[in-house]
Design a protein around this ligand. Structure first.
Ligand code: SF4
Length: 491
C-alpha cells in the first residue's frame, strides 16, 4: 500500500484506504510566516494535525520543516495524495515526481457527478437550489421516494425569523472540547514563533473551541443534533449580540479540517427528523448548508477559470483599512460592526449573517478591493480556506464576479440589520437616518453604493427598483459627499 500524504485539512478516517495505511504529514512553518492567520486558527490546524499524528503513532511519518519541498527530501516512499483543496497546492503536488494525485475526498458530490449535472444545464444558470435538489435525489437525503421529505424542497421562508426579544436564544451552549498536552505544546510553539518575530497573528488566543479529532468531531455533531438542531432553523439568519453561537452547529471548521464526511453529517440530522426529534424546517436548513451550499462552493471553485479570484466587476479598488484588517473593534462606534469585529477577534468565527450582512456588506459598500477582502476572510476565520473564501467572498459577498454566483449584490442598509439583530438599540447611530450626525453608516453606505454603481446595476431586475429609488432621495447629493468624506475611517 502506498504512503498517503495527508494535508492539514484531510484528517478524517475517510482520507485513508485502510486503517493501517502508512501516512506522511508535513508541518510547514512557512505557511504561517507568509500570512497573518487568526491565532486560534493556527492553533486549531496545528493541534488537529498533531492529534492525528499521535493517533496514527508509528504508522505516520511527521516531518516538521520550513517548506513542503524541504520535507519531501526526507521521504523516499512512493506517495499518493487526495486532491488538495487549493489551486496552488494542487499545482504543487501535480508537479512532483513520485506523487500520485487521487480524486478529492470529503465532499458530498464527486467532480464527475458535478460535471454531469453542470453539463446537463445547457445554457441555464448553475443555480445552487437546482444543484442542491439534484444532490438530495442522488444521495437519497431527506427524500420520501421521489418526493422531498416534508413535501417541500425549501423551507427558507420558515427560517428567516428575527431574533427573540431575549438576550439569548435560550438553547444549551455548544459542547466545548477539553484541551490536552498537545494543545499545551501547540500554544507554547506559537508563543515562541511569535516572540522570535517570524510569525504574526490576528485576533486573540483563547480556549480551543472546535474538535480536532474524529472522535471529538462525532461528539460535537451528536451534541448539536440532540440539543441544538431542533432550534436551528427559524432564527438561523438572526443575530443576538450576547449569544454569538445561537443554535448554529459550529461544524464548518470541523468539516473543513476533513474530520467529518458531509453525507454522514446530513444522514445524522435526517435520523433526528425521522425520529421526530427535529422539525423539517431546521433539518432541511442544516442539510442545505452541509450538502448544498458547501459542495456548490467547492465545485464552483474548481469549475470557474483560474482568474476568478481576481474578478472585480464593480471596479472596487480601495484598500482594506487597518482598523478593519486588524480587528480594532474598540475604534468603531457602529455597534453591529464593532461587536462583529470583536467576536471575530475573540473566536475567529461568527455565523453566516454577520459575515455576509455586516462585514461583507460594509466592505462592498465602501468599495474595498475584493481580493483583499477574500484574503482577510481566509486568514481571520477558523473555517476559512482558499476554496471556501474565493467563491463566497468574490462571488457571493462582494458581487465581484458580475452575477455568476449571486443574482444580485448582498447589499443592505441599517433597516435589515435592525430587523435581524438587537444591535441598533445600543448604537450611537440611527438605522432610519441617512444624513447628519446620527446617520447610520450602513444605511448611508447602501445608498452611496447604489449611486456609485448605478450604471452597472440598473439592468439587474432584482435590484433595479432599489436603484430607481435613488431618484426619490432629496438628500442624495449631501449623502454622497458625507460618505465620500467618511471614506475608510472607522464609522
Ligand atoms: Fe449598525 Fe446602523 Fe444599527 Fe448602528 S444603527 S447598529 S451602525 S445598522
Amino acid at each position: 500500500m502506498s504512503r498517503r500524504w495527508l494535508f492539514g485539512d484531510q484528517l478524517g478516517p475517510h482520507f485513508l484506504d485502510a486503517p493501517d495505511q502508512p501516512v506522511l504529514m508535513i508541518e510547514s512553518r512557512a505557511v504561517f510566516t507568509r500570512r497573518a492567520y487568526h491565532r486560534q486558527k493556527a492553533h486549531l490546524v496545528l493541534s488537529a494535525m498533531r492529534h492525528r499524528a499521535a493517533e496514527l503513532g508509528d504508522q505516520c511519518t511527521y516531518v516538521r520543516a520550513d517548506t513542503y519541498r524541504e520535507a519531501l527530501r526526507e521521504v523516499t516512499d512512493e506517495l499518493t495524495v487526495c486532491q488538495p483543496t487549493s489551486h496552488a497546492a494542487d499545482d504543487f503536488v501535480r508537479g512532483l515526481d513520485g506523487v500520485e494525485v487521487l480524486e478529492p475526498r470529503g465532499y458530498a458530490t464527486s467532480l464527475a457527478d458535478f460535471a454531469t449535472w453542470a453539463d446537463g444545464r445547457g445554457r441555464k444558470r448553475m443555480l445552487m437550489e437546482d444543484f442542491y435538489r439534484d444532490s438530495r435525489r442522488r444521495l437519497g437525503v431527506l427524500m420520501d421516494g421521489s418526493e422531498p421529505a416534508g413535501g417541500k424542497w425549501n423551507f427558507d421562508a420558515d427560517n428567516r425569523e428575527p431574533p427573540p426579544k431575549t438576550p439569548t436564544l435560550g438553547v444549551d451552549e455548544p459542547w466545548w472540547p477539553d484541551e490536552d498536552e498537545i494543545d499545551e505544546q501547540v500554544r507554547a510553539d506559537l508563543d515562541a514563533w511569535e516572540s522570535d518575530g517570524d510569525v504574526t497573528f490576528l485576533g486573540a488566543d483563547g480556549p480551543r473551541r472546535f474538535a480536532v479529532t474524529h472522535t471529538e468531531a462525532l461528539h460535537a455533531l451528536g451534541d448539536f443534533v440532540e440539543h441544538r438542531l431542533p432550534s436551528f432553523g427559524a432564527q438561523e439568519d438572526a443575530i443576538l449580540s450576547a449569544d454569538p453561537w445561537m443554535a448554529h452547529s459550529l461544524l464548518s471548521a470541523v468539516m473543513n479540517l476533513g474530520l467529518l464526511d458531509p453525507v454522514e453529517v446530513a444522514h445524522r440530522a435526517e435520523e433526528a427528523y425521522r425520529a421526530g426529534d427535529a422539525p423539517i424546517a431546521s433539518t432541511e436548513g442544516f442539510v442545505r448548508q452541509v450538502i448544498g451550499w458547501r459542495d456548490y462552493v467547492w465545485h464552483l471553485y474548481w469549475q470557474q477559470p483560474r482568474n476568478y479570484r481576481r474578478r472585480n466587476e464593480l471596479g472596487a479598488t480601495a484598500s482594506l483599512p487597518k482598523w478593519f484588517a486588524e480587528l480594532q473593534h474598540e475604534s468603531v462606534d457602529a455597534a453591529c460592526l464593532s461587536h462583529t469585529l470583536q467576536d471575530v477577534a475573540e473566536h475567529g468565527w461568527v455565523h453566516h449573517i454577520p459575515r455576509l450582512m455586516v462585514l461583507g456588506n460594509y466592505a462592498m459598500q465602501r468599495g474595498w478591493r475584493p481580493s483583499q477582502v477574500t484574503d482577510w476572510f481566509h486568514r481571520a476565520f477558523v473555517d476559512g480556506y482558499d476554496w471556501v473564501m474565493v467563491p463566497n467572498v468574490v462571488g457571493m459577498s462582494q458581487y465581484a464576479d458580475g452575477g455568476v454566483m449571486a443574482t444580485k449584490p448582498y447589499a443592505g442598509g441599517g433597516a435589515y440589520i435592525d430587523r435581524m439583530s438587537d444591535y441598533c438599540g445600543d448604537c450611537r447611530y440611527n438605522p432610519k437616518v441617512r444624513v447628519g450626525e446620527y446617520a447610520c453608516p450602513f444605511t448611508a453606505g447602501y445608498w452611496a453604493f447604489l449611486e456609485r454603481n448605478r450604471e452597472a446595476l440598473q439592468g439587474n431586475q432584482r435590484i433595479a427598483r432599489a436603484v430607481h429609488g435613488l431618484d426619490r432621495l432629496k438628500d442624495l447629493d449631501e449623502l454622497v459627499v458625507q460618505e465620500r468624506d467618511r471614506g475608510s475611517r472607522a464609522p
